[in-house]
Design a protein around this ligand. Structure first.
Ligand code: PEP
Ligand code: MN
Length: 349
């Protein structure tokens, strides 16, 4: 249910609605637009006469029941597109955002050199895994805390905000000491307790699409984070499992326009985990931006053939630097920009 306040409603009017809702043991979430405030009420069961009770409160324009399963992630609750500020970077605005870096943090030199190279080429956020979900337990599973410390060194040297994956609720405090954005990986995207805990951690969350997740399930997973009071969720399409084995996953480009129809949340494309092979990464990255994605997450490594994880899909520094002007050109063609990179390069797929 949403309560749409009148344009002239004041803070006191909003507070009265919020405390009435909270006294009933329900959640009240504010969406403060330029013109008016909308209060999203979540919880169950909603008392049958709640609509009538709230409608007569001062400053309330109307009360609307939302019949869709997803509530806070939908446009009814938040009619403006969500913009998220992470240090100096704005996600979901006119500019597209490139997140780049190694799959795993391996050592200081590898991570800092990658951070410098991707920043120089136009990336604005550094990625790198310290806690790695691996399909086999015998593969490299990340440096843990040392990996987080290395990411913080790379941030100090470049000024880039960092994003890294958190895999379990017991790691949230530690990862939160370092990271600017929490990444929830595809494998954990329906780990509802993790989603709730990360929703309480007070930092933006990037939620990867699960391996076989429907759009609605994806939004409902985001809903778990938002229902804890965290409005800053970024969705990231990274390909889904299909019968096709030429690529690691099948990039579902349609998720961009579909999610944008359903939700105000920013949506990114991760061409690296979709492709699985670096040769396909540029085309998928350009397709994502052409489809209207708010940004990309791309794996880059100083020497991909020696990478401890996902080397086959990681771009070299040169390949990444060749790609970003093409991303800028496509961004310009769809009325977006890529700051710090000129959009004059010809686009060939
Ligand atoms: C990653 O970003 O390195 C990763 C493990 O991604 P995903 O969760 O999408 O597989
Ligand atoms: Mn990876």
């Amino acid at each position: 249910m949403i309560v749409v306040m009148e344009t002239k409603a004041n803070r006191e009017n909003v507070n009265v609605v919020v405390s009435r809702v909270k006294n009933l043991g329900l959640g009240a979430h504010l969406s403060e637009g330029e013109e008016r405030t909308i209060i999203g009420i979540v919880g169950s069961p909603l008392p049958p006469n709640l609509e009538d009770e709230l409608e007569i409160l001062p400053g309330v324009e109307r009360v609307v029941r939302i019949t869709k399963k997803y509530k806070l992630t939908g446009w009814d609750f938040h009619p403006q597109k969500t913009r998220i500020r992470v240090r100096d970077v704005v996600i979901g605005g006119d500019a597209v955002t490139i997140i780049a870096g190694p799959c795993s943090v391996e050592n200081e030199e590898q991570t800092v050199s990658t951070a410098k190279a991707v920043k120089a080429a136009g990336a604005s956020i550094l990625r790198g895994g310290a806690y790695k979900p691996r399909t086999s337990p015998y593969e490299f599973r990340g440096l843990g805390r040392r990996g987080l410390e290395i990411l913080a060194i790379a941030r100090a040297e470049t000024g880039m905000p960092i994003i890294t994956e958190v895999m379990t609720p017991s790691d949230i405090d530690q990862v939160g000491e370092f990271t600017d954005i929490f990444q929830i990986g595809a494998r954990n995207s329906q780990n509802y307790l993790l989603l709730e805990e990360v929703g309480k951690a007070g930092k933006p969350v990037m939620l990867k699409r699960g391996l076989s997740m429907l759009m609605e399930e994806w939004l409902l997973a985001a809903e778990y984070v938002m229902a804890q009071g965290n409005p800053d969720v970024i969705l990231c399409e990274r390909g889904v499992r299909t019968f096709e084995s030429s690529t690691r996953n099948t990039l579902d480009v349609s998720s961009v326009p579909v999610i944008q129809t359903m939700s105000h949340l920013p949506v990114f494309i991760d061409p690296s985990h979709a492709a699985g092979k670096r040769a396909y990464v540029p085309a998928l990255a350009l397709a994502g931006i052409a489809a209207g994605a708010d940004g990309l997450m791309i794996e880059v490594h100083p020497s991909p053939d020696q990478a401890l994880s996902d080397g086959a899909q990681s771009l070299t520094f040169d390949q990444f630097a060749e790609l970003t002007p093409r991303i800028a050109a496509v961004a310009e063609a769809v009325s977006r920009t890529l700051p710090a990179v000129s959009g004059t390069a010809a686009v060939s797929l």
